[in-house]
Design a protein around this ligand. Sequence first.
Ligand code: SF4
Length: 224
Amino acid sequence: MEIGGIVRNSFVDYPGVLCAVVFTTGCNYNCWYCHNSHILHKKGEVREEDVLTFLKKRKKFLDGVVVSGGEPTLQKDLMDFIRKVKELGYKVKLDTNGSNFEVLKGLVSKKLVDYVAMDIKAPLNKYEMVTGVTRPLKDEQKSIEFLLTSKVDYEFRTTYSPDLNLQDIEEICKMIKGAKRYSIQKYRTVEYNKKNMPEKKREEMECAGEIAKKYIKEVLVKGI
Ligand code: SF4
């Protein structure tokens, strides 16, 4: 698997689980605010066998592994890698944009993932604006439907980017009505953003959270 980086310890990337985070390279979206753009184009930066050796050694201290990206479901050997991680006794969380429904379904149905965090970038009519790519979005919609009815633990999450407004948050919430959990993440201005746009104010973040609570029981507003 093409791995662009690893965070060795994290308390914040997997709810309730002390974990390591493995970042795969490559993504089929081109979000202008991507905070991981520096690892998307790396090749052979971190060897898979070194990651597995590290995980073997750290089993006493860590309980989980987050496979993030980039978009991990683009990796041909993702299932093999996760299987090896599971064999070491770790819980696995997958971070995905939901664009490869069959891969997601395969991992969940084989019980290879314990938690899925799926990004909802925007209401459907604004996906292209936020992700920078034109796609039919059928997979994303199937992934949403699948998670809403699946037994796997999951959350949906949205970076509340300046492209979006409160009405958009409401549209997203209608799409995922009844979901277990929804996180709204504050967009942060960083120097390598491809657009220069202001961050949302705290009041608007809180308002987005209140809107989401009309549709979803557990709502987390992060980064304010
Ligand atoms: S989906 Fe995630 S990794 Fe891919 S471009 Fe967007 S923010 Fe970056």
